[in-house]
Design a protein. Structure first.
Length: 358
């Protein structure tokens, strides 16, 4: 009998990246493996994709250094950029490329005395208004970075979509047009598209795309699922029944007595809870997959367990496998029941979960 276990299918991972490559014949592909490869295990995913990806993207310097320490030699891009002068030495020593998104980072580069220049991606704020140089400041920033001895030539350019998962949102076209105009006649590489852009906006592919969630078989679109896009689910989140119990009409179940038994039934107790990263907020009716069918969660999710209504005719047994999400039950469907997105479910798994790579 096993408790919370994440089964990671590396064949599915490779299928997904090969499929995305066919969509971007003229662009490089840098796979996003930040946040522990979206909960799938950064180092095993990097090893599985090292011969498929032109490079990898991470959010934090710690992630990049861990990849180098474990022998990953692919080009790396630090998406949030650096914070201190000491960070610059790490970037240089380990051949890590970095985004520069603000004036303070630019000034640190100007003040640095590096043995060799760094490969820099200047982030442009084309409409998301989170990070990046505003359009009116881009020309000056480009001039200063181009003149800086710590910056390799040519300078590269990057931006990020705010609404690319919405097919009819005009902001995406505005962002593509603005990015194109700001980088016109520039020699460096250009990157704008992430997962949604790969599928919906071919004119945003430029020189390099940065797929993230779609690599793991999860749709970047709020109302879809990965299988509809030809993707294969990489993670199957599983556990086991640790109890099967009778429940009588009128009995109230779990902490807070949030669910009342309507008719005599059987309940199954599953060895997974918010201590494993399964959301406590999952409401009554959220499905799990058990013995070829969906059964609903009832009562409040606890730290180590959750309860499901097996039905009056149940023949389920102690030790039966329960799939919380995976190929038979898309994580996107589970997320919609809970009121969140698949990204959050897969990235919130805790260290208590056992990972098995297939």
């Amino acid at each position: 009998m096993k408790a919370a276990t994440a089964l990671i299918d590396t064949d599915a991972l490779c299928h997904n990246i090969e499929m995305i490559r066919k969509m971007i014949p003229n662009a490089r592909l840098w796979a996003m493996i930040k946040a522990n490869a979206y909960g799938h295990g950064m180092l095993p995913v990097a090893n599985a994709l090292s011969s498929y990806a032109d490079g990898f993207g991470v959010a934090r310097l710690k992630e990049a250094l861990a990849l180098r320490a474990h022998g990953i030699s692919n080009p790396l891009l630090l998406l949030e950029g650096f914070c201190t002068q000491a960070d610059l030495q790490h970037l240089l020593e380990h051949k890590i490329e970095t985004v520069v998104h603000c004036l303070s980072q630019l000034e640190m580069l100007e003040q640095a005395q590096l043995e060799k220049p760094l490969n820099i991606w200047i982030k442009l704020d084309t409409g998301m208004h989170r990070l990046g140089f505003r359009p009116e400041n881009v020309e000056e920033a480009i001039a200063r970075l181009s003149a800086c001895s710590s910056v390799a030539s040519p300078l590269n350019f990057i931006s990020h979509f705010g609404c690319a998962d919405e097919k009819n949102n005009p902001l995406t076209i505005e962002q593509i047009n603005l990015f194109s105009s700001l980088t016109e006649n520039q020699k460096g590489l250009k990157s704008l598209a992430a997962s949604s852009g790969c599928f919906l906006w071919p004119n945003s592919h430029f020189d390099m795309v940065r797929p993230g969630i779609c690599l793991y078989g999860i749709s970047p679109f709020s109302n879809g699922c990965g299988a509809e896009l030809g993707l294969k689910a990489v993670m199957t989140m599983t556990s086991s029944l640790i109890a099967v119990r009778e429940a009588k009409k009128g009995e109230r179940i779990g902490y807070g007595a949030t669910w009342t038994v309507k008719e005599n039934t059987f309940l199954g107790v599953v060895a997974i809870g918010y201590g494993d990263g399964y959301p406590r907020m999952a409401p009554n009716g959220t499905p799990v997959w058990l013995n070829g069918r969906k059964v609903p969660i009832v009562g409040r999710v606890a730290m180590d367990m959750l309860t499901v209504d097996l039905g009056a005719l149940s023949t389920d047994s102690l030790g039966d496998e329960v799939i919380l999400w995976g190929p038979p039950l898309p994580v996107e469907e589970v997320a919609r029941h809970i009121g969140t997105i698949g990204y959050e479910l897969v990235t919130n798994l805790t260290s208590r979960v056992e990972y098995v790579y297939l």
